[in-house]
Design a protein around this ligand. Structure first.
Ligand code: A4P
Ligand code: MG
Length: 183
């Protein structure tokens, strides 16, 4: 279960971080809508969220670009309960699991749980892939510039290793243009 490691930025600062991703069915709308849904979860507050980013797919290349963002939550839910609710939101968005790392209407990953490690059969936190992914690290660093992992490593240092991955921060205007293009 969850274990505290106590390294780096305090637990209160780290909060619970959720990664959002979509590359199907109006991805900008999917991510914006999901941010609203996160704020409506029981026993949970949406503290703040990042800008939206556009990124090339990690995994199969024959799929559209992704729209990604990160949200910080304050929640009294237990980690498996939050995972259940996030998976319900994915299902409500019409999520179909076609292939590993493939296209999806909505993906909601638990990235960080304060400064804790969680190792359950269906939930590993920190998310095992997060440090290899610019589309996770950049928005997370926008929200918590001094963020560290439970092992004490700095997200900023992980970010420096992935800056070659194509990533574009969207302005509100660009978000609207992208959203309109899909209607
Ligand atoms: N699971 C374990 N740990 C977690 C966690 N921390 N948060 C389990 C959420 N779920 C977690 O996930 C499979 C299972 O992982 C869940 O049932 C849960 O019990 P999934 O999303 O159904 O399956 P998947 O997508 O095939 O695998 P995975 O590993 O979740 O994919 P990722 O790592 O989420 O990557 N490229 C760009 N540019 N942007 C993206 O957002 N996303 C992916 C998906 C690939 N490429 C991408 C992006
Ligand atoms: Mg996932």
């Amino acid at each position: 279960m969850a274990t505290g490691a106590g390294a780096g930025v305090g637990a209160a600062d780290m909060a619970v971080a959720i990664g959002l991703g979509s590359n199907l069915a109006d991805p900008v709308h999917q991510v914006r809508h999901a941010l609203g849904d996160l704020g409506d979860l029981p026993d949970t507050c949406l503290i703040r969220h990042s800008a939206l980013y556009q990124s090339s797919p990690v995994g199969p290349q024959d799929q559209p670009d992704f729209i990604n963002a990160v949200a910080l939550l304050d929640t009294r839910l237990a980690p498996p309960s939050l995972l259940d609710l996030l998976q319900s939101l994915e299902q409500a968005a019409g999520r179909v699991r076609r292939r590993h790392w493939g296209e999806r209407t909505l993906d909601l990953d638990i990235l960080l749980w304060h400064d804790q490690c969680i190792d359950l059969p269906r939930l590993q936190v920190p998310h095992p892939q997060m440090c290899r992914r610019a589309f996770v690290l950049r928005p997370l660093l926008d929200l918590i510039p001094a963020a560290t992992l439970p092992d004490g490593t700095r997200l900023q240092d992980h970010w420096m290793a992935v800056t070659d991955q194509p990533l574009r921060r969207l302005s509100c205007l660009k978000e609207d243009q992208l959203a309109q293009r899909t209607h």
